[in-house]
Design a binder for this molecule. Sequence first.
Ligand code: LLP
Length: 428
Amino acid sequence: MDHFEYRDGVLYAEDVNLVDLAETVGTPFYCYSTATLRHHYGVLHNACAKAGLNDTLICYSVKANSNIGVIATLARLGAGADIVSLGELQRAMAAGIVPEKIVFSGVGKTDDEMAAGLEAGIRQFNVESLAELDQLAAVANRLGKTAQVALRVNPDVDAGTHEKISTGKAENKFGIAWEDAEAAYAHAAGLAGLEPCAIDIHIGSQITDLGPFRTAFEKTADLLARLRAKDLTITRLDLGGGLGVPYQRNNETPPDPLAYARLIAENFADSGCQIILEPGRLIAANAGILVTRVIRTKQGQAKNFMIVDAAMTELVRPTLYGAHHDIGLVRQRDEKLLAWDVVGPVCESGDFLGLARELPELDPGALLAVFSAGAYGAVLGSSYNTRPAAPEVLVDGATHDVVRRRPSYADMLAGEKIPDWLNSQDGQ
Ligand code: LLP
């Protein structure tokens, strides 16, 4: 469910008219709805409560949409954060998430990142290899700190999702092999500076069937019993993110968060463990749209092209994953529909937002909305072709705020220079 709706033929974000907003901020831009963010957080939170999970921490996976306005909105609801870099740690803290609610994931944490997490006092490190355990212990000992540790174990489950976002199979780079898990915990328990107190799994993203979760949770419950039999004190289970969302607004039934929470409860309600969840897409995807303007249309011999001012530089998911995003008119009109490839101005044939979309022929300046773009949209943007990052606008009721401004060209060139030797006498 989201709060992007047509009123008298014009698309609104909550109570903000998107035609007016496009005039004010210019296109392309991202627009996020506070009400939708809150709603999605609330649905998961309430599902957990209803399923009888009374100690749950929802650590929003900041990578999905790391705008500090978005993170702050969730922080105010009580969310923690799942982070994967020093930059994300700084964002999460700048947005008001307390360190005790931050979990640090990722296969490539550096010494500096580990030290920053320890200094801040984050809740836990999700560690992915024996070498990383040793490295974290060394950093913790140097700083005189103790790191709370979850081992990310790889349950070797096929999440049935796109190969680029599947993470829980043996061939993926993530996690410690299932067979090696017990030995890894024993290794961690023997290292000064570490307190192995949690199990972590994350099997993939955009998972639309609960089956793979069921298998992974059952395996995790079994591992928990085996670790406890060896006198390890496990007090938390981090079950990752990955719950899928509908990308075709009228035509898809997403997995039900309550059924997901009940599945967790079935396996772990009696475990005495805190349950940590790391949802990203579930919270942010349908809370955001990308608004773009038609530059011109071009009817080719084989296809019709609608050339718009947003591109793969703003939303790479269609070309990177073959992902579908609904595309609709901001101002509805009742005219004959044709099939259009909606493409951007970037010099790549893969630069498209949607292929063969049924739309009327539009005049230059007409506005389109690309839906479900709140997760893995702006964060995956690039400045290829020296295109300034699209601004991000957060709406709350009838008000809006530009929570990331569009950089000027001067901003974009500010970090670069012509090398000294080309400026010197000799170089001329
Ligand atoms: N936890 C970990 C350890 C993760 O790696 C991820 C996502 C999440 C949580 C959040 O997963 P979610 O709830 O959002 O599914 N760029 C891709 C998605 C990459 C997901 C990476 N990891 C896309 O646009 O589909």
